[in-house]
Every structure is written in structure tokens, then in C-alpha cells.
Ligand binder design. Structure first.
Ligand code: 4AD
Ligand code: MG
Length: 458
């Protein structure tokens, strides 16, 4: 049985036979004759308190892996909780005193350095239960709404977002084998002779399946080589990308709001204790802010309206003054979410000139595209999405205008020639979403093993 099941047992249902639990010692307290150890197997925020004779525990150290066996009783302490009266204890893995995760306060920076142990701490224990729940909530939402999960490739020939922030794949040939004879010089190290990259987004491939299965979504790792050494960029992050046929701009925004609120609600219902922990230890405004976002409609501004607000406001002096046609910087995003009392803000209909090739030109104003970004407090952009250019001549034109390689995108253009349909979708950055849910300041602390500039430790 997992600890979590044991701890949730109530008094009349406690088993009469002895129970065995395996886990790691999180705490040892000694009194005169008896000792208390706290054992946790990762299924719960707290551990189970095991009470035993001092001698029984005398060899055990904080961090050791143990199997304890004993009878479960309701604790006599202030909080009526299940505890164990020890009958026997077996050490599975010892833990010498130079264990880096000592039971005291550690900074997040230090914990990042011991990423191979940090999952045993309270904060990361809670984080990864929430991460697991959020993944399940996302799948649940899509599955009950008729979406089909599509696995898009990690290795790709295209550059979805443009900007060339991709990692290229390289073949490391065996020194014992002769180089393949059919490849030209300089191509041996490519993907079988062809340049190929780690994907920055599964969107283009998801569009194939939206144009056959109507509603699909991806949920997988994506990679970006941007040299952004910030608290909200990773080189490898997970993205969720729904892609839907037969929708328009307003639908996309409505769906994004419903999706986000639904998964927030589901996680809040299923991870109450862990979220309360973050509210207490990490961000005292967390639950207030999440509940407010759930209770109110998200703000909706066009890019042009947002620019008007940003240029007319007199409350703050921006480091980067902004004018129409510029991308929003972090300070501008901050200003907007603050102005609307921490409620998430959609910014729609951006200038075409600063957005990727696939976005659909706005019907009324050819300088704009039918797209949206969702901004949330502290983090900034959480979701980016758009309606796609589904018209053959317009897409071809845009690809030519941007001097993209037509041949690489031939298949994508053909989707517009044969059985095209209006369609669109969006991408949610999973780690940014987890930051939003937990109040964690650094994106490196919401992914099990982070990958970013200067960090590829194991
Ligand atoms: O805005 P982005 O670049 O949009 C796309 O990739 C589209 N193809 C999505 C779509 O329409 N299907 O990225 C989407 C989201 C961002 O809003 C952000 O939350 C996250 O992905 N993101 C990152 N998260 C962590 N580290 C990075 N380097 C990120 N870059 C983007
Ligand atoms: Mg974006």
C-alpha cells in the first residue's frame, strides 16, 4: 500500500493486522526512551510518524531507505492522524552523514544543484504530484471533449515559429566504420544526409490531423535554443497544443479560457493539500489569485487597445518605451496584468509583421493577424495561439514573402490545396502553467530535470 492510502484511512477502518511501509526517513526525533521517525514514499506531503523504542532506530540516519512494519493507530497528538507503532524496521539503503539533503532550510539554487535528490524534499515532492495531476487533468479535459491525442515527431525538418532558434540533429558516426559513401562532404553528420532539428512546436504536424480528425492535441517535449537565461525559459519544455478544424478567432479565445479554467479547477480539487503548501510556503497570494482568475471572466484586449493603454498610462516609466508594431516586453505584460487586478489578460489581433508565417490575416485589417496571447501575473505569456492561414494563394504568398524554403513546406501548403478548412489552436507552455499554479519563481524548479543554457548535468 502507498502511504497516501494509509494516511487517508479513518479510525474504524484501520487494519487489525500489521502494515508494512517502504520509504525514506525524513525526520528523526528522539525522546528519553522512545523515538519518532517520519517515513515518506512520495505519495503524500507529510510522512507517516512511526513510534518505536529508541534502540530500534539507533542505527538509522536521516535519508535512509527503510521498511517499517507495525500497527496503525490514530495518533494521540493534536491532529488526529494515523501513525504507526513499530514492530520491526529494516534498512533497505543506508544514508551516510554526507547526504546533501539535510533536514534544514535549503535555497532553491542549492536544491537545483542536487537535482538528483531534490524530489525527496517537501517542495519538490508537492511540485511533482501537482505536475502529474495537471497532466492527467489536461488529458481528461480533451478526452471528454472529443479530442484525439496525436504524437508529433521530435525530429523535424521545419521551423514552425521561424527565427531559427532550433537545435540541429547531428549523427555521431562510429569511428570503426567507414563514412557512408552516398553522402556529400559536410552532410555525413546530418540526419542521414539531411539537415534536421529538434521540434520547437508540434503545431504544423498537428494541423495534418486536425484536417482529418477535426479536434486533436499534442502533449510532448519541445526545444528552443534561445539564449534566454531567464526564470521563464527552458531549452526543453513541454507544450500542449490543441488544434481544431472549423473554428474562428472568437472560438479559439473562448476555448482557451474554458480549457485553462477547467484544468485549474481539476488540479485545485485533486491537489488541495499540496497547493495549500505552496500558498503557505512560496506565495501567500497564490490561492486568492487562482480563485479570482476562476471567478472572473478573463480580460480581452486587442493589441491596439493594449498599446493605447501602455502608451497613455502615466503610472510607470518603462525601461523600453513601446510603440505600435513592437512586441510586448516583460514590463509591459506586467503592467497589463497588474492593471486588471491579476486576472489573466488575452491580447488579440497582433501586427502580422512580428508573428509567424502561418497566422491568418485578419479580414478587416491586413496588417493584423487573428491570434492571441494570454498573459498572467509574474509569468507573462502563458498561451500563444492563432487561426491558421487556410487559403492556398495567401499562404503561398506569405511563404514567398518571407523567403522560406517552399520545398520544405510543400506538404503544409498542399493541406490548403486538398480539402482545406478553417482551423486554429494554441499552445500552452506546461512549465509556465505549473509556475502559475504554484507560485514558483523559477521555471527550472517545475520540471523534474531541467535543461537550459549551461545546464545539461545528467
Ligand atoms: O508562443 P509560442 O512560441 O507558440 C507556439 O509554439 C505555437 N506553435 C503554439 C500553437 O499555436 N499551437 O509558444 C507557446 C507557449 C508560450 O506561450 C509559452 O507558454 C511556452 O510555449 N514557451 C516556453 N516555455 C518555456 N520555455 C521556453 N523557452 C518557451 N517558449 C515558449
Ligand atoms: Mg508566443
Amino acid at each position: 500500500v502507498s502511504l497516501n492510502q494509509v494516511l487517508n484511512t479513518t479510525s474504524p477502518n484501520l487494519p487489525t493486522e500489521p502494515t508494512k511501509i517502504k520509504g525514506w526517513i525524513k525526520n528523526i526525533r528522539n525522546q528519553k526512551n522512545i523515538s519518532f521517525i517520519e517515513v515518506n514514499d512520495g505519495s503524500d506531503l507529510g510522512g507517516i510518524q512511526v513510534v518505536g523504542n529508541k534502540d530500534a532506530f539507533h542505527q538509522l540516519k536521516h535519508g535512509a531507505c527503510v521498511e517499517v512494519e507495525g500497527s496503525l493507530v490514530m495518533s494521540q497528538g493534536k491532529t488526529q492522524q494515523v501513525e504507526m507503532q513499530l514492530q520491526s524496521v529494516k534498512q533497505i539503503g543506508e544514508c551516510p552523514e554526507d547526504y546533501p539533503l539535510q533536514p534544514k532550510y535549503h535555497t532553491m539554487e542549492f536544491l537545483r544543484e542536487i537535482a538528483h535528490f531534490r524530489s525527496r524534499s517537501n517542495t519538490f515532492g508537492a511540485m511533482f504530484r501537482i505536475r502529474n495531476q495537471a497532466s492527467m487533468s489536461i488529458h481528461k479535459y480533451f478526452q471528454k471533449s472529443g479530442f484525439v491525442w496525436v504524437h508529433t515527431p521530435t525530429i523535424t525538418a521545419s521551423d514552425c515559429e521561424g527565427g531559427g532558434e532550433q537545435f540541429q540533429i547531428k549523427h555521431v558516426p562510429s569511428p570503426d566504420l567507414p563514412p557512408p559513401s552516398n553522402l556529400q562532404a559536410g552532410q555525413e553528420h546530418h540526419f542521414f544526409g539531411q539537415p534536421a532539428y529538434l521540434t520547437v512546436s508540434g503545431q504544423l504536424e498537428a494541423e495534418i490531423y486536425a484536417l482529418s480528425h477535426s479536434r486533436v492535441y499534442t502533449f510532448g517535449p519541445t526545444f528552443r535554443a534561445e539564449r534566454s537565461n531567464t526564470t521563464r525559459h527552458l531549452a526543453e519544455f513541454y507544450m500542449i497544443e490543441p488544434e481544431m478544424a472549423f473554428i474562428q478567432q472568437a472560438d479559439n479565445v473562448d476555448i482557451a479560457e474554458d480549457f485553462l479554467k477547467s484544468i485549474m479547477r481539476d488540479v485545485m480539487e485533486n491537489c488541495r493539500e499540496d497547493l495549500e503548501f505552496f500558498d503557505k510556503k512560496v506565495d501567500p497570494q497564490l490561492l486568492v489569485r487562482l480563485n479570482k482568475a476562476l471567478d472572473r471572466p478573463f480580460v480581452r484586449l486587442t493589441y491596439t487597445e493594449a498599446l493605447e493603454i501602455l502608451t497613455k498610462q502615466q503610472e510607470v516609466v518603462f525601461e523600453n518605451p513601446i510603440k505600435w508594431g513592437d512586441d510586448l516586453q516583460r514590463e509591459h505584460e506586467r503592467f497589463l496584468t497588474k492593471k486588471y487586478d491579476d486576472v489573466p489578460v488575452f491580447v488579440t489581433l497582433w501586427p502580422k509583421s512580428i508573428k509567424p508565417f502561418y497566422m491568418r490575416e485578419n479580414q478587416e485589417n491586413p496588417l493584423l493577424v487573428d491570434n492571441m496571447d494570454l498573459l498572467v501575473p509574474d509569468i507573462g505569456e502563458l498561451i500563444g495561439g492563432s487561426i491558421r492561414e487556410e487559403r492556398y494563394p495567401q499562404l503561398l504568398n506569405r511563404i514567398k514573402e518571407l523567403k522560406m524554403d517552399e520545398e520544405t513546406y510543400q506538404w503544409y501548403i498542399e493541406l490548403r490545396k486538398f480539402g482545406s478548412a478553417p482551423h486554429g489552436g494554441f499552445g500552452l507552455g506546461f512549465e509556465r502553467f505549473l509556475q502559475y499554479l504554484t507560485g514558483m519563481k523559477n521555471i527550472r524548479d517545475v520540471i523534474p530535470i531541467p535543461r537550459h543554457q549551461n545546464y545539461c548535468k545528467f
